[in-house]
Design a protein around this ligand. Structure first.
Ligand code: NAD
Ligand code: UFG
Length: 336
């Protein structure tokens, strides 16, 4: 049994990863300050797996507490989800994003190094492919960023590459997620953003439950089959399983690898809306709105590297992702 620390383990993707790690029999400690989640996630993880992960409630920006944690615990590997992730908010509050994401990661890496834990799987993002590459995106394409959130991912990848270059004992995998959606099939954990959702599926889910009136489709004049934006939606449980494969890979290989986690398939905004309509059994109202600044027409992964190095492939289709999202929404409503 390995001791895996999951930073941001109470969040959307982190909680699903904890479930898979516990199902495999690993010892899990969640390190989270609940700035965008709640301890209820741990109750749900326990309900699903029968095991409650340990909790270290702390802010990664608190260097002393992070050091004290790693000094007091023997940790085999870290899965590093903790970070702020809203693109628009990062443009309004860039310093808060740079502080939280960069200082938090620096503290984490320094505490790990000081205590002999040199294996980490990091949550990167397809956002690093920027505006100027053509899909399918391969890991060797030039990376860039168009907003402070994206810069934090780009800079953390650089930090990790430099760390590996200076010390060959590190094993680092940066996973570049495409568009994670859906929820655990139990309906006990899922995505539940505060306020009005920025992302497509959480927004559509609110339209389906009747708390938002209609979807605004941001542009229908892109160079795509139906004119609406195309993305690579991936089931969050598939994504979570990818982290276990990345941990296995990191345990056996030193160095740095950036690896896409996506399906390799693109779906348009209208494809998603129609799949969600099928999942919830309702017609969902929408209007065509102007393009959203900073959006690209098409983003989908080249998934071959994950298949070759991690022996991992996404399994779920779009309808399953929408059904699991809707099931989560219904369970939430039932539980008040
Ligand atoms: P989330 O907000 O649900 O989870 C992040 C968790 O990190 C939360 O529980 C939050 O409380 C915690 N956290 C944030 N800052 C912290 C700090 N300083 N100290 C301790 N805990 C802290 O987000 P998510 O969707 O689960 O995303 C997880 C990671 O994956 C993030 O790094 C995100 O940037 C990345 N990512 C997400 C997506 C996506 O679409 N959801 C896409 C690409 C990459
Ligand atoms: N969209 C709408 N209406 C909405 C919301 C979104 O039409 O109300 C459209 C967007 O224009 C885009 C598609 O739906 O074409 C997907 O948009 P999302 O906001 O769900 O996702 P993005 O691809 O823009 O961005 C997400 C994360 C980023 C991450 C990126 C790649 O928000 O943080 O995926 O992983 F960087």
């Amino acid at each position: 049994m390995a001791h895996i620390v999951v930073t941001g383990g109470a969040g959307f993707i982190g909680s699903h990863c904890c479930v898979e790690l516990l199902k495999k029999g690993e010892q899990v400690t969640v390190l989270d300050n609940f700035c965008n989640s709640s301890p209820e996630a741990l109750d749900a993880i326990e309900k699903i797996t029968g095991v409650r992960p340990a909790l270290a409630e702390l802010d990664l920006c608190d260097e002393e507490k992070v050091n004290a944690f790693f000094a007091a615990n023997t940790v085999d590997a870290v899965v590093h989800f903790a970070g702020l992730k809203a693109v628009g908010e990062s443009c309004r509050m860039p310093l808060a994003y740079y502080h939280n994401n960069l200082t938090g990661t620096l503290n984490l890496l320094r505490a790990m190094a000081a205590n002999g834990c040199k294996t980490i799987v990091f949550s990167s993002s397809a956002t690093v492919y920027g505006m100027h590459n053509n899909a399918p995106f391969t890991e060797d394409m030039p990376t860039s960023a168009t907003n402070p959130y994206g810069w934090t991912k780009q800079m953390i990848e650089q930090m990790l590459m430099d760390t590996v270059a200076a010390d060959a004992a590190w094993s680092v995998v940066a996973l570049r997620y495409f568009n994670p959606i859906g929820a655990h099939p139990s309906g006990l954990i899922g995505e539940n953003p505060n306020g009005i959702p920025n992302n497509l599926v959480p927004y559509v889910a609110r339209v389906a439950e009747g708390t938002l009136e209609r979807l605004s489709v941001y542009g229908d004049d892109y160079d795509t089959p139906d004119g609406t934006g195309v993305r690579d939606y991936i089931h969050v449980v598939d994504l979570a399983k990818g982290h276990l494969c990345a941990l296995d890979y990191a345990a056996a290989h030193k160095g740095f690898e950036a690896i896409n986690l996506g399906t390799g398939n693109g779906a348009s905004v209208m494809d998603v809306l129609h799949a969600y309509e099928q999942a919830c059994g309702k017609t969902l109202p929408y209007v065509i709105a102007p393009r959203r600044p900073g959006d690209i027409a098409t983003s989908f992964a080249a998934p071959q590297k994950a298949k070759e190095l991690l022996h991992w492939e996404a399994q779920s289709d779009l309808l399953t992702m929408c059904r699991d999202s809707w099931n989560y929404m219904c369970r939430r409503q039932q539980n008040g």
